[in-house]
Design a protein around this ligand. Sequence first.
Ligand SMILES: *[C@@H]1O[C@H](CO)[C@@H](O)[C@H](O)[C@H]1NC(C)=O
Ligand SMILES: *[C@@H]1O[C@H](CO)[C@@H](O)[C@H](O)[C@H]1NC(C)=O
Length: 708
Amino acid sequence: MMRGIVTVAISLLSLEKVSAILPTAAIDVKCTDESCPPITLLASQASFGIWPEMSAENNEPMIPGLPPADNPLLCLDVAQPQQPSSQKFVLVVPRGSCTFEQKAINAAKLGASGIIIFGNLASRYALNTTQMEINGNMNAPGMNDVIYPKEFYDYDCKMASAEIPMSQLSFARLPYDYMHNDPFLTGTAAQGNLCAAKTSAFDEKCPSHRCLLTGDIRDDNQMMKACCAWDLHVWLYKDDNITSDVTANLAIPAFYITMEEANDLLNKMQMHQVTVTLYRRYYPAYNISSILIWALGVFVAALASWMSASEYRSSDKGHSEQGEEMEPMDRRFSSNHESERSSPPTSFRSEESLELEAGHACGFILFSSAGLLVLFFFKIYNVVKLFYAFGCSGAIFQIIFYPLFHRASFKVGFRDRILFTTNFLELGAVSFVQVVAVLVSYGLGAVWAFIAFTHRHPDEIVFFWVMQDIMGACMCIMFLSTMKLNSIKVAAILLVAAFFYDIFFVFVTPYLTKGGKSIMVDVATSGGPPTADPAWCEKYPDDPNCQGGDPLPMLFTIPRLFDYSGGSSLLGLGDIVLPGLLLSFGARYDAAKRFIGSASRDGRTPPANCTGQTRNYFPALVVAYAVGLAMANFAVYAMKMGQPALLYLVPCCLGTMSYLGWKRGELNELWNTPKVLSTCDEILYGPIQQHTEDTNTEENGTNLRPIT
Ligand SMILES: *[C@@H]1O[C@H](CO)[C@@H](O)[C@H](O)[C@H]1NC(C)=O
Ligand SMILES: *[C@@H]1O[C@H](CO)[C@@H](O)[C@H](O)[C@H]1NC(C)=O
């Protein structure tokens, strides 16, 4: 089961966060005479106009100014456009009444070099012109013509709400008399906010410190309900009614700042002579995390395949140190079993490994496809996380903690003892060190799973992603120790099948699914990015339509460093273990040849195809893997989209092995199972039936079985 899920080969992705509106720009506000401390305001940007350069030092400071008194909202068309003045200035304009782009066009016509639009309470109210026309009161709107702010979009009564006496409010200027009403609805209770006066801990409950009137009149026209206003960044979208050539000629940047930020800016402008610098926040075009994930991938692929050949290598050593049957450490532990040999407790006996045949390749593809489709249609991502945490806990037990504690206990002279013997899960004798290692491994797995289930973006937590990478590495080592691939023929069938499988599920499925979704990307990101509007998700991240986008755990993940937008670089474990099968084949072939070589020097007959030690495949394969992964990484960067990494890895690795085999005249042997491998196995273990008995009675045979 686990194996199938792990090999749902997920590709190389670079995931950026999409669930919120990111303030991608910033404004540095400085006093010209240094009489006040400088401040930096975060700002969101517009889909029209130009974007300023990255970083403050690449942009000029400008003088902020208010719009003309006869056009305070910049909604009236500017009749006589002016040339940009030599003294560059930015207009600071309230939101409301007309579109953002309309304001920006008018600002440009007034000669401004930029526009900062700020949120305000008044912009959330409007008059219903349809209704006014129906009622024939175009020039004298009444209270009933006001369109009030919308719940959830503009305010949320769950954060804070209060009933405000109508007598305190003014409706003299409809839709909203901000001069009169704003002070009663802004700030703390001490500052006169009526809304805050009636809510305990208003400052904490209502981050905007502002309330909007809901139009909900109660108690016989005595009171109106007011609720806590949202004050978040918004994207300044284009006005579709403005023709594209006007938009194209708009050459100033447009920024949006929140009500709270505007408060700071306007205060500073009133009290001091200030300059503002508009700039895009810095982020690296090529993130260092892509290099780190590449290094991690290459390291784990090399390590896991190297370790899979450890049996042959340690036997090789054993031969040269003839006579010494066991290292002292092991003798102390396994006092009576010769079968222990010198192998560390991590190594897997060949009986537990599965030699892959051509049929397995088809099975793998069918199984993985089925798994992927089940995930895509039933969206049981949490089940996967749970299984994965469980399987990985077993893996870190076998690869890290048991060997570690086992060795440490010898170092400190602790004598391990059998605690109990059980037939449950064929565990057999269970020792004290094993119990401790199990507790630590599964404890860590449980903490990891807990974080996965309780945090929205768990990959921001260092423990979580480091743990996930360690677990993934252990899974790869387990997989390659269990699955053996012993011929280029099978490798070619398997890798080429996986290659097409990957391409099919990444690139072809968008043409087959309803929403044009790539099944692989959708599953890899637990259902793809949120479907709801980002502005909505920023307010209500728990909304079901705002969920998703977090990657499934079967991959290596490294957060993007030095990048305010967050996100991670990801590498699927399938991209490690599938090419890893070939790397492991190369490593074992090399080791087997050396072993046979040393065995023959001991007086055994050298096999006909023994070719000496110099012609190794493994180092070349690791280089080929590294090159392939680097190419995939570069493709992610160049095309700005996830890549099926097998697309690059399979040709590199398979090509290298075949080419070297052909050049060394060993291709024929490599194509079918090389004799050295089977000879080696026979020398090591003898005919297989003989040995099976041995493992069953093995004292610590428990931990050698893969858990899944
Ligand atoms: C404006 O008034 C019309 C007529 O009463 C009504 O149908 C419409 O829903 C109102 N619009 C808004 C946004 O309230
Ligand atoms: C665009 O024009 C249409 C028709 O003139 C109008 O109904 C609509 O409200 C306008 N949209 C905006 C955003 O001004």
